[in-house]
Write a protein that binds this ligand. Structure first.
Ligand code: UGA
Length: 442
């Protein structure tokens, strides 16, 4: 099938590349010419495992192309995916100006039938506005449908998630749109994947309800972790114990420093706002948010309890991305942690396998913030190592080398990366678990 994808961020790029890899003919449009040449050579501007290989493969086969000519992209196919950003506005609501802009451009440029699909995360009933916008700005005689097909891709595993969906959700209003999606997703339904056909409003709501539920699960286990720490029980044991119950499930029950990223924080806030707009107080989600921000504060308290005075201490931070296998730092816990520690005049040595460059745009190097290109280099004469993102590279670190490089063998782990038993010789603090070799507070 011929497919147009508008937007080349994490969602647009993965969607375009994976559809092309399935043999569809894809034209992916972006607003500016920035990174266009690179994309057309198969080099993506974001770090997503496996993506560059797919891009190169599809470019070789001629199944994908990138353009900043929006008119050409709209002419290219009947099936247009909107994958632009829906960032948070000042009020907490989603800022839908990019979605509106694309809808207007489609309306002004379309000459024949279009199926316009929202893939970006949008508040319930946004499809009505998209429809109205297209009606207003088009000449009125051209047929079109608006549908919702939310994405459930996690950054870092986006390609895997696209090809192995738990379910595909499609909200349609016409028989024609229904048929197009059945054809598009046939490779998935043929291998037994679930294609849930519903209304556009329900599909929009499923996305917000899904992300908010997962965020709630994380805050729940983080609160249980607080209790576990007080009573000396390992939170992982509790997560396993409740996770074996299939009604609960073990995933998204990893306690830690709280969720970040471009989705959960923004989507939880937007969902609270959506409820508010309909006269409902979604207290459960307000508490979810509160617990999430408390986790960062608790982590900083732990650092202070362990180090007493941060001023002039060498503190190493491993992990800046909001999660492993991405270079994305949006709403990453590391931002609050670094900002607060910087205010205490600590000497910070930062290392992340992919996100260092993005982080430097927020916190440029200075005499108290130094970026290291190697995780061990960042540890020389360190008074404490803080673990913020659970990259495999850290889990597989040579702990003897770590100990020998540090001035004091203190590790404060925000992601429960190690089992306490292997931390012999370290003062090791983690989340929701008894801390080993913990020094007595004077
Ligand atoms: C999330 C959803 O998982 C995707 O299904 C959805 O498509 C995406 O948002 C989106 O709306 O675009 P993402 O934010 O990329 O994906 O990454 P997750 O793996 O969900 O992690 C989100 C945050 O939760 C990370 O900061 C992670 O460290 C944290 N987390 C996750 C935990 O603290 N504990 C866990 O057990 C799981």
């Amino acid at each position: 099938m011929k497919i147009t994808v508008i937007g080349s961020g994490y969602v647009g790029l993965v969607t375009a590349a994976c559809f092309a890899d399935l043999g569809n003919q894809v034209l992916c449009a972006k607003k500016t010419s920035k990174n266009l040449d690179k994309l057309n050579q198969g080099i993506s501007h974001i770090y997503e495992p496996g993506l560059d290989e797919i891009l190169k493969r599809c470019l070789d086969k001629g199944t994908i192309e990138f353009t900043n000519d929006i008119k050409r992209a709209i002419d290219f196919s009947d099936l247009i995916f909107i994958c632009v950003g829906t960032p948070q506005s000042e009020t907490g609501k989603a800022d839908l100006s990019q979605v509106e802009d694309v809808a207007r451009q489609i309306a002004e440029n379309m000459t024949d039938y279009k199926l316009i699909v929202e893939k970006s995360t949008v508040p319930v009933n946004t499809h009505q506005w998209v429809k109205k916008t297209v009606q207003r700005y088009s000449n009125g005689n051209i047929q079109f449908d608006v549908a919702s097909n939310p994405e459930f891709l996690r950054e870092g595993t986006g390609v895997y998630d696209f090809n192995n969906p738990d379910r595909i959700v499609v909200g349609v209003e016409s028989e024609n749109a229904h048929k197009i999606f059945q054809e598009l997703y046939r490779p998935f339904t043929e291998k037994g994947d679930v294609l849930l056909i519903t209304t556009p409003a329900a599909a929009e709501l499923i996305k917000h309800a899904s992300n908010s539920f997962l965020a709630m699960k994380i805050s729940y286990i983080n609160m249980v972790a607080e209790l576990c720490e007080k009573v000396g029980i390992d939170v992982n044991m509790i997560a396993d114990g409740i996770g074996y119950d299939q009604r609960i499930g073990r995933s998204f029950l990893n306690a830690g420093i709280g969720y970040g990223g471009s989705c959960f924080p923004k989507d939880v806030r937007a969902f609270i706002k959506i409820a508010e707009d309909h006269g409902l107080d979604f207290g459960l989600l307000r508490e979810t948010e509160k617990i999430n921000s408390q986790m960062r504060e608790r982590f900083l308290e732990k650092v202070e309890n362990v180090l007493w005075i941060n001023k002039d201490k060498n503190i190493t931070i491993w992990g800046l991305a909001f999660k492993p296998d991405t270079d994305d730092i949006r709403e990453a816990p590391s931002i609050d942690i670094v900002r607060k520690l910087y205010e205490t005049d600590a000497n910070l040595r930062l290392y992340d396998p992919q996100a260092g460059e993005n982080f430097q745009n927020l916190f440029p190097e200075n005499e108290n913030i130094r970026y290291c290109s190697d995780k061990y280099e960042a540890l020389k004469d360190s008074d404490a190592l803080l673990l913020i993102t659970e990259w495999d590279e850290f889990k597989n670190a040579d702990l003897n080398k770590v100990k020998n490089l540090m001035r004091l063998p203190i590790i404060i782990d925000g992601r429960n990366m190690f089992e306490s038993e292997v931390m012999e010789g370290f003062e090791y603090y983690s989340v929701g678990r008894e801390n080993t070799n913990q020094s007595e507070k004077p």
